[in-house]
Design a protein. Structure first.
Lengths: 123, 571
């Protein structure tokens, strides 16, 4: 059974690329494009092993999801959070809360290599 | 009214002794007339009360009174034409009256001898100072004649005293005349001074009135709100623009203390704090923005100094209010636009980049060498486009004053490491070498904006690579002196022609038009570097020789983070 990676990213193509990178190293991938949907999913669905979270998603921003849900819910204590943003300044502000902050443009190879290192087998 | 003023200012020019004598003769003639009329009345009363006695004497007195009346009227009229003639007439009348005023014995050497002193004294005043001698001589002749008529010897002592009196009269009349002359001269001078001063005062009042009118017109016509405060921040003057900008009656602004305005509920708490800070600053306060209700107002203040007084005394503050609401809205729109553009442009480019990478990495099946090469080109061009967008956004942010420097501890070694990770491949692909070194005297960590320092280094190295065809790009981090640190990026490229050096940091500038086509880019790289260095309170210098290479040197203030200092002390 592969570990679950949750991608919260509003751009369909980027979500597709990220999914391909994560799938390539053996994750099972779930892609959500909307902040509100992501909030419901996080509250009620299975706890993912890894979350790739875009800071700018519609309705509820990634930053809010991180601060108000992921960081407050004990269930996500072991979940690895990779925050993605185009704004380097904004990213810097969240280095404490997220495990990794990736500044867009995000390279397919870079993400693939990083997630490969983060896989449970790599431990 | 103005006529009287002018008359006062310009007294009649005829200020001679003549007019003085003229009025004197007039007074005397009138006095004489009054006395004569009184005499006539008295003799008439006596004539009617005692008709039986002293008929001859009374008649004589009456006739003399009538003669004196007529003569005084004649003198008065003559005086209107010539005061000298009138004076002569008066004096001769006096002499004549004197001759018949008593018996010859009494006149020549008796109780009435003194009567001849009167014309002597009066002549010196009425005619001229020396005329007293003429009348002294005349009196002497009369006295001698009268004495011979009365067959008595003339009184020589009296005659001598006539001349003595003439002498005294001459002297006193002369000095009186001189004193009068001097007085008149002083008066005239004083009049002149008063005239000049009055005119100067009138002129300066006029000037001030014009000036005040002009200043008022300027104040009224400018669109910015202006308010003038005294040293205690009481508003002494405000223009109509301020009234309409703040939408307050002028009575709530002028003659009120600034604190009353600051406490107005329409002002946001933050703005209140800024305005209080402005009041407390003794030095030139900078311009800043406040929120007044829904309006954004930019405020700048300048202290007013009185240069005429010693020590350049501060006499108040002029504060200019400018309605910045529209500009603030536009700025907000611009920064929103920049944020949207930065996100919306980068996202599709990221997708292009990602798909090209996937293609190159053979994610969906094997690709041949040519296809890998093509994917590489797509990636490189996308990277370039991303770089250009980043440059444009940085430039836009700098123009909007939005780009700020965030200081945090930075490790110089990490700066070089990051630089190599980004630039090594680019340098290698062009067949160049990127070398770097850190001087020993540079601290392990220092305060700086890591991301912006990285940007500066990348831009400088990129620029060096762009203009170097073979050789090395070398980066050195060092401590030049005291509280400064810096880095230099040198290349072995074609160099910059001397006349072009001052222009290379200008926005959208590349050396020669042709270079732009060969090397691409907007020419924003160096301009951004320069602006970033300025924001960091540093400076950038260039040394270059054509065909020998260029060296860009950046010098920045060195602030060692406290943590590093503590570690240093402990170890």
């Amino acid at each position: 059974m592969n570990e679950l990676a949750l991608i919260i990213e509003d751009d369909e193509d980027l979500g597709d690329i990220f999914a391909e990178a994560l799938r390539g190293v053996g994750f099972e991938v779930e892609h959500i494009e909307d902040g509100e949907v992501a909030q419901e999913r996080l509250k009620h669905g299975a706890v993912p092993y890894l979350i790739l979270l875009d800071m700018h998603v519609p309705h509820i921003s990634g930053a809010e999801l991180l601060t108000n849900i992921i960081k407050k819910d004990e269930r996500f204590a072991k979940t690895i959070v990779i925050l993605t943003t185009a704004d380097a300044r904004m990213g810097e502000a969240y280095t404490e809360q997220a495990d990794f902050v990736m500044i867009k443009p995000i390279s397919f190879v870079q993400l693939r290599d990083l997630s490969n290192r983060l896989k449970p087998q790599a431990k | 009214m103005s006529t009287t003023l002018i008359d006062r200012i310009n007294p009649p020019k005829d200020t001679s002794i003549e007019s003085h004598r003229h009025s004197l003769v007039r007074i005397l003639s009138l006095g004489l007339l009054a006395l004569s009329l009184l005499g006539m009345a008295a003799t008439l009363i006596i004539f009617f009360l005692y008709p039986e006695g002293k008929e001859q004497g009374t008649m004589l007195a009456f006739v003399s009174a009538v003669v004196a009346t007529i003569t005084s009227i004649v003198i008065y009229h003559v005086n209107k034409r010539s005061s000298t003639a009138a004076s002569l007439l008066l004096l001769f009348l006096l002499v004549g009256v004197s001759i018949f005023s008593d018996t010859p014995e009494q006149l020549a050497n008796g109780r009435s001898l003194f009567i001849f002193t009167l014309p002597i004294i009066m002549s010196s005043i009425l005619l001229m100072p020396s005329a007293s001698f003429i009348f002294a001589a005349l009196s002497t002749i009369i006295v001698v004649v009268l004495a011979s008529t009365a067959r008595i010897p003339p009184n020589l002592i009296a005659i001598t005293s006539f001349f003595m009196l003439a002498l005294v009269s001459w002297l006193s009349a002369r000095s009186l005349e001189r004193a009068l002359k001097e007085l008149r001269a002083i008066n005239a001078n004083l009049d002149q001074v008063v005239t000049e001063r009055t005119q100067a005062l009138a002129e300066s009042l006029e000037r001030e009135r014009i000036e005040a009118g002009r200043n008022q017109a300027i104040l009224n016509s400018i669109a910015d709100g202006v308010v003038v405060f005294d040293t205690k921040w009481n508003a002494i003057l405000a223009n109509p623009a301020l009234k309409s900008m703040l939408d307050l009656p002028i009575e709530l602004i002028v003659n009120k203390n600034f604190r009353d305005l600051i406490e107005h509920p329409r002002l946001s708490p933050r703005s209140r704090g800024l305005l209080y800070a402005m009041m407390e600053h003794d030095t030139q306060p900078p311009s800043f923005r406040i929120e007044w209700g829904k309006k954004t107002i930019s405020i700048s203040a300048a202290q007013v100094y009185d240069n005429s007084k010693e020590g350049n005394q501060n006499i108040g503050t002029v504060t200019v209010f400018r309605d910045f609401t529209r500009e603030a809205e536009v700025e907000k729109l611009k920064s929103t636009f920049v944020a949207i553009v930065s996100h919306e442009l980068r996202t599709p480019l990221n997708a292009i980049l990602g798909y090209a990478e996937m293609f190159k990495e053979s994610v969906y099946g094997p690709v041949n060498e040519k296809q890998v090469n093509m994917a590489d080109r797509i990636m490189k061009n996308t990277q370039r486009l991303l770089g250009l967008i980043n440059d444009l956004l940085d430039q836009a942010q700098m123009e909007a004053g939005k780009l700020t420097i965030k200081m945090a501890p930075v490790k110089p070694a990490e700066l070089l490491e990051n630089l190599h990770s980004v630039m090594d491949q680019i340098v290698h692909e062009k067949g160049l070498k990127l070398t770097s070194e850190i001087d020993d005297n540079l601290p392990e960590a220092l305060n700086g904006d890591g991301a912006r320092l990285h940007q500066i280094l990348v831009n400088l190295v990129n620029n060096a690579v762009k203009f170097t065809d073979h050789g090395t790009v070398h980066v050195r981090l060092f401590c030049p002196f005291g509280n400064r640190w810096g880095f230099e990026v040198s290349d072995t490229g074609r160099g910059i022609p001397e006349p072009e050096i001052p222009n290379i940091f200008e926005t959208f500038r590349q050396v020669e038009g042709a270079a732009t086509r060969v090397h691409g880019g907007f020419g924003l790289g160096l301009s951004i570097v320069k602006q970033l260095v300025n924001l960091m309170s540093g400076e950038i210098k260039v040394k270059s020789k054509v065909d020998r290479g260029s060296t860009f040197t950046v010098i920045l203030p060195l602030i060692v983070p406290e943590e590093t200092l503590e570690i240093g002390r402990n170890s």
